[in-house]
Design a protein around this ligand. Structure first.
Ligand SMILES: [Zn+2]
Ligand SMILES: [Zn+2]
Length: 124
């Protein structure tokens, strides 16, 4: 075990917009939990954000192989990836989280406003 004693956080506050997040990634400002910059170009053409890229997996739905976009039953490329593929990537990320994978993105310095916060005492 050689985890850093102080957990790293992103050097900037959580952006409100996806486009801002993308700009931060593209500029190499965001980091993973080991402090390495994120934002390299993913083989899918997107930017590496520290989470598992659904396109790096085979699709359990349409059986599109890793690296290929999902296909409609007609054979045309689907505009969106199939939900089972996105779920598979999410499930992998949960395992990485459990195993303390340092290549996951570092947390934001501010708490997630959409996450429930049971520890917060809201009694007046
Ligand atoms: Zn990708
Ligand atoms: Zn698919």
């Amino acid at each position: 075990m050689n985890r850093p004693s102080t957990a790293l956080t992103q050097p900037v506050p959580r952006p409100a917009l996806l486009s801002e997040l993308h700009a931060l990634l593209a500029r190499g400002i965001l980091i993973d939990r080991a402090g390495a910059p994120l934002g390299a170009t993913c083989p899918c053409g997107g930017l590496v954000d520290g989470y598992t890229c659904p396109l790096s997996l085979d699709c359990p739905g349409c059986k599109a192989p890793a690296g290929r976009r999902c296909r409609r039953p007609s054979g045309h490329e689907a505009a969106e990836l199939h939900v089972p593929r996105l779920r598979a990537a999410g499930a992998l990320d949960k395992v990485r989280e459990r195993d303390g994978d340092p290549t996951l993105p570092a947390p934001w310095p501010d708490p997630d406003p959409s996450a429930p916060n049971p520890s917060e005492d809201r009694t007046p």
